[in-house]
Design a protein around this ligand. Structure first.
Ligand code: AMP
Ligand code: ZN
Length: 114
């Protein structure tokens, strides 16, 4: 997608700090970390958000979660725990409209989230 920040990361126009990568999915460090460890996991194909996901994307969604789990292991937060977040739409504060899973860890987190 022409004007999408994360599509520019996928194309290499913007260089992220890559944590890991599969054929369909990319995991990289968040530029403004909200925790000691903060990784974003995105599909390489542009999907604006959860509201644009369809039944045929089930395998891709599964892979996003598996890569999120692998990213947690790779960054050393698997044992102490981590939180996976997908902000969707205005009330959730979604700011980049390319589907992404936040992997947050390295500190104790509160519930419910703010
Ligand atoms: P959300 O608010 O859920 O849409 O999350 C968007 C996330 O993208 C935020 O945590 C931002 O810090 C992060 N972000 C924005 N620009 C970049 C970038 N160039 N590289 C890495 N992460 C970014
Ligand atoms: Zn995109």
């Amino acid at each position: 997608m022409h004007d999408c920040l994360f599509c520019k990361i996928v194309s290499g126009e913007i260089e992220p700090q890559i944590v890991l990568e599969t054929e369909q999915v990319l995991a990289f460090k968040d530029i403004h970390p909200a925790a000691a460890t903060h990784v974003l996991v995105i599909p390489k194909r542009h999907i604006a958000g959860m509201e644009d996901v369809v039944t045929g994307d089930a395998m891709l969604l599964g892979e996003l979660l598996l890569v999120a789990k692998a990213a947690a292991a790779r960054t050393g937060i698997a044992k102490t725990g981590y939180r996976l977040v997908i902000n969707t739409g205005e009330n959730a504060g979604q700011s980049v409209f390319h589907l992404h899973v936040h992997v947050l860890g390295g500190r104790k987190m509160a519930w419910p989230p703010g």
